[in-house]
Design a protein around this ligand. Structure first.
Ligand code: ZN
Length: 204
């Protein structure tokens, strides 16, 4: 079981009871009328939406991976690409979203393929910055599999960039985290990049 997190005590009822009144205050502070029909149930909806979007706090790596690490002599690169990522930027509480590409070079153990997107979700569904998310996914997989290396690339669009300030609507932020052979061996890195259809690790 994951450690208890205040968002999920009591099936979320405790958190909802704290969050909803604050959302009501927020609506009021925004100069709106929280009692009008369209907003009346908004505080409750926002509370339960936040619990869903931040569900990663409730997940535990061992629990997610549980039973899906298999002894296997397969030594070629394993790549799972185009994993949908939805996260919340911790600076603005606005979404960032895009795709993650994850690879590893097995060393005697493989992880059930369907677990890889779930590992991404553990860390994406939190208040995040894209850089830390990328590193956490790489470190988690490296720890679980002790492989020759792990490579993670995340390409994401940030609503806080797109809707405000710089308004660079089409720009995507690209982050990467490499461990082991992907860091030391240019050939492994190049093979990974080619498999995910990129020519480099920088944004383009
Ligand atoms: Zn932001």
């Amino acid at each position: 079981m994951a450690e208890a997190h205040p968002l999920f005590d009591d099936d979320g009822a405790t958190a909802d009871a704290r969050i909803a009144p604050m959302v009501r205050d927020l609506i009021e502070a925004l100069g709106e009328d929280p009692s009008r029909e369209g907003l009346r149930r908004t505080p409750q909806r926002v509370a339960s939406t936040l619990r869903f979007l931040l569900g990663g706090y409730e997940l535990d790596l061992d629990q997610v991976v549980n039973g899906a690490v298999y002894a296997e002599s397969y030594e070629e690169m394993v790549v799972v690409k185009d994993i949908e990522v939805y996260s919340l930027c911790e600076h603005h509480l606005l979404p960032f979203y895009g795709r993650a590409h994850v690879a590893y070079l097995p060393r005697g153990r493989i992880l059930g393929l369907s677990k890889i997107p779930r590992v991404v979700d553990i860390y994406a569904r939190r208040l995040q910055v894209q850089e830390r998310l990328t590193t956490q996914v790489a470190d988690a997989l490296h720890g679980v599999l002790q492989p020759h290396g792990v490579a993670v690339v995340i390409e994401a669009a940030h609503l806080c960039m797109m809707m405000r300030g710089v308004q660079k609507q089409s720009s995507a932020a690209v982050t990467s985290a490499l461990t082991g052979a992907y860091r030391s061996d240019e050939k492994s890195r190049a093979e990974f990049l080619s498999l995910i259809g990129r020519s480099s690790l920088s944004a383009h």
